[in-house]
Design a protein around this ligand. Sequence first.
Ligand code: GAR
Length: 193
Amino acid sequence: MSALPRLAVLGSGKGSNFVALQEAILAGKLRAQIVLVASDMADAVILSRALGFGLPTATLPPSPFRTKLSPEGEIALVELLKENDIEWVVLAGYMRVVKEPLLKAFPQRIINIHPSLLPAFKGLKAWEQALAAGVAETGCTVHYVNQDIDAGEIIGQQRVPVLPGDTAESLHARIQVAEHELYPAALAKVLSR
Ligand code: GAR
């Protein structure tokens, strides 16, 4: 049997998508191994959740920019990923824009999940955008990451209804249930190619 693909998961927040991926791996539904979980936020819950699974973690150096790593910080991240023989970079609530050093080091090997049916509602808090737009349906998208924000080739999508009385919180919670199904399945599809 061939070696399991080596994944690094990058996240900035609570890490529920990371947990869904790791649980899919443990359940035998996703043939891969997460060998590193890294965050740009030292106190991110994703790191403690990774430790709970016994997985190695790393905190990225602080950045002077809110939306991206510093160029040196991103080069250090690439080195960290290379040292760990990472083959795929999986973004799970990673809130920094990926720049050239990382894109060049992992061409067509960086995957993201976004909480809308792209190309609708790119950018931050896509569920709030959907609510404000008054759409009847939104969802989530797994896609390749390229130099354009939330615009890389789409791998898979799952639809989610917007219900009467939805708040931003209730809608995001419903989208997250869909994300936790979609992400392991979409990643399995990519890794089997
Ligand atoms: C998810 O809803 C993910 O789609 C979103 O952040 C949340 C992270 O949740 N990502 C983006 O908006 C990226 N543009 P998690 O930390 O519980 O996985």
